[in-house]
Design a protein around this ligand. Sequence first.
Ligand SMILES: [Cu+2]
Length: 226
Amino acid sequence: MQVGVKLLLVAAAVAVAGVLIGFYANKLTHDANSAAYTVPVRIVNGQRVVDLKIQTVAAAGPTVSHNPDWVSYLVQTSNGVWKRLTVWDLPANATIHVTDYNFDGASGTRNPFLGRFTGTDGNRALVNGKPVDHIDPSLASHIFAVPQLGINIAFLGVPDNAKNQCGYAPCPLKTAHETIKFTFHTTTPGHYRWQCFVPCAAGWISGWGGPMQTIGYMDGFLNVKA
Ligand SMILES: [Cu+2]
C-alpha cells in the first residue's frame, strides 16, 4: 500500500474515533441518568442564597436505584425527600451553602493533594463543626470537586468500627455519619461538571468504573443560570 493511502486511512480512522468520542461525551453531558433538580433560591439582603443538602452513601439501595450496590450522591429536595439527582440548577452570582452527610467509610485518595480544600470560603469546610483546610487524604470517603471553579472538598469517612452504620440509602441521620459544611459562590452562567475523585467504586477495576463514571451517582453537573 502506498504511504499516501496509509496516511489517508489513518486520518479517516482518527476522524471516526473523534466523532464517536464526541457522541459519547455529548451523551454523558446531556443524557445524564439524572434529571435536573432546581435548587430553591432565597433572597437574603438582596443576594441570592441556596442551601444544598446532599448525602453520600456506600450503597444507593433498591428504592432509588436499579444498581442498589453502587456508591452514590443523593440530594434532599424541598419537600424533604432524598432523591438520586446529581444535575443541579443553581442561580448565577449566588452564595451556595452545602451540607453533606457522609455515611460511607474511607477509601482514601490516590493523590494526597486532594485532601486539601480549595475553592470555598476561606478554602475551608466545617467538618463536624470544626473549621479545617484539609483532612488526612487516607481518610477521604468521597470528594466534591468542580474543576472549572477550583472547588475540591474531601469528605471524611465514617470509621469502620462505628456503631449503627447505614445499609442502604436514603440514610437516616440517626445512623453513623460525618457532617461536612462549606460555602462557595457561583459567578458566570455555564454548564460545570462536578465529580468525585476518590476511587470509591468497590468491585470495579481500580475503583474507577461503574458509579464513578455515571452521572446520577458520583458525577453530575451544575447548570448555573442567569
Ligand atoms: Cu465517591
